[in-house]
Structure formats: C-alpha cells, structure tokens
Write a protein that binds this ligand. Structure first.
Ligand SMILES: [Zn+2]
Length: 269
C-alpha cells in the first residue's frame, strides 16, 4: 500500500513532466514552432514553467500537480487566461497510473509499468495535438519492454522480441497496402512503432486484441462526434496513436485482474 502511494506520487510528478514534454517536445523534435523559442535557450528545463499567454513565471505553489490547477480553477493567476485541460488530465492520469501499477504489480515490475504508462500518455497527447508519434517516445517504450523481459520480471524474452517484430510488420503492412490502394497516407509510421512497443510488453498473442480495442474505441469516439454534428467522411484524418496507446495500457493493467485462462487468451506468457 505504501509502495502504491509512493508510485502514485511519482506518477503525479511524472504526469506534470509529461505536460512539459508534450508542450515543448514537438518544438525540440522539429515539427512545431513556438515564438518563445526565438528568444534564446529552449529545452525541457529552460525557460522555467510559465503561462504561454502572459509569460508569468509559475511559483512553487503553482507547480503542485492537480491541486494548483483546481485551486486556480484552470486559469492563469496573473492574466486569467484558460490553462488547457490537458494539464489537469495528464497529471491526474499520471497519479492514477502510478497508483494502479503499485496496486496491481509487484516491485520492481511496477516501476517499469509506470514508466511505460507515462511514455504512452505523453505519446497520446503529442499525437492528438500534432498528428505525430515521435520516435523519442515510441522508441523508449519499445526498448523498455525488451529490457524488462530480459531481466526476467516480464514476458519471456522470445515472446517480447517476436511480439515487437510482428507488431511493427503488421501495421507497416497495413500502411503500405493503404498507400498502394488509395494513393495517400492512412496510418503514420509511428503507429507501427507504437504497436511494436505493445508487442514487446504484451507478446504476439495480444496484438489482435490491441488493434481491435483501439479500432473499437476510435469508432465509438468518432461515432459520438458524428452524433454531435461533426462531419465525418472517408478522408477525415483519425489520429490512431492515442487509441493504440490507450489499448496497450488497458490490456496491460487488465492482465492481473482477469482469470489466468483469459489472460492466456490475451497472449500472456
Ligand atoms: Zn498568464
């Protein structure tokens, strides 16, 4: 219980850092621009956290995850500009991720699970905001899965390697087939790399379930948007990364909760 609470706390801080990466990463990786970059040093640590509207530097009390957002009612204390709900969402999700990793998994596997969940939610935030899934996030998620399996606390290493390769090849195949048939991009290459990470963590047997769960949740969300009057056509871009990331996280966390026979069906070793 103490471990779960500590991991929950680590998750809150990790979620707060995930916000920094999601905001600044796209600029540092070269697929977005922001005016404040032109004014000098710009990286994950500098300049200090500030309001993007007025430049007000955040004090220690304003950096406390979740509580500061709620206390300020989602507005900058200096200029009153709205703070994007994503900040609250990633911090809260990070805390929840740490808590559930600590409750569901033994140490040290729980630490690795929290690291993976933080990478997945950062990747989902970046993809939904920019349409890119950067290697800087999918790469570590994949390598971490392979390394964890090599330490003997996760999957059998053979299953992890086979799952990673099959996950990548399967979505690359879909991507190439779509391009050949329709003459334009359907899936991004980052999606294949993200599914490779899912295969490294969950094994080859889980790949169809990851893809099905992701596709099903994407359909539910698109259906809900269409019901609210947003037009949806064949050419409407769907950013698949957040759904894939969510499906990988959900299946990983579900594994200790379901009976062993169901877990085996989901591809557990
Ligand atoms: Zn402000």
């Amino acid at each position: 219980m103490l471990i779960a609470a500590l991991l929950g706390l680590a998750g809150l801080l990790g979620g707060s850092f995930a916000n920094v990466v999601a905001h600044r990463g796209p600029v540092l990786w070269g697929f977005a621009n922001r005016p404040e970059r032109a004014t000098g040093r710009y990286d994950l640590a500098w300049p200090g956290s500030h309001c993007p509207s007025c430049g007000h530097g955040l004090g220690p009390a304003e950096l406390v995850p979740v509580l500061s957002y709620l206390a300020l009612r989602g507005r900058c204390s200096a200029c009153g500009a709205r703070i994007a709900p994503r900040y609250l969402l990633l911090e809260a999700l990070g805390g929840l991720a740490g808590l559930s990793a600590g409750l569901l998994f033994p140490v040290p596997f729980a630490f690795f699970v929290l690291a993976l969940l933080l990478l997945l939610m950062t990747a989902a935030a970046v993809d939904s905001e920019t349409g890119y899934l950067p290697d800087a996030l999918t790469g570590p998620a994949l390598w971490l899965g392979l390394l964890v399996s090599a330490t003997g606390v996760g999957l059998d290493p053979g299953a992890a390697i086979f799952g990673a390769a099959l996950g990548y090849v399967a979505l690359r195949g879909v991507e190439e087939a779509y391009r050949a048939l329709r003459g334009r991009e359907g899936l991004g290459r980052g999606d294949a790399k993200l599914l490779a990470a899912g295969g490294a963590w969950l094994g080859p047997g889980s790949l169809p379930f990851i893809v099905l769960l992701a596709a099903f949740s994407a359909l539910v969300v698109i259906g809900a948007q269409a019901a609210r009057g947003r037009s949806v056509e064949g050419g409407t871009e769907v950013r698949f990364g957040p759904y894939l990331a969510g499906a990988i996280a959900a299946l990983l966390l579900a594994r200790p909760l379901v009976p062993p026979s169901v877990a085996a069906l989901l591809g557990a070793p």
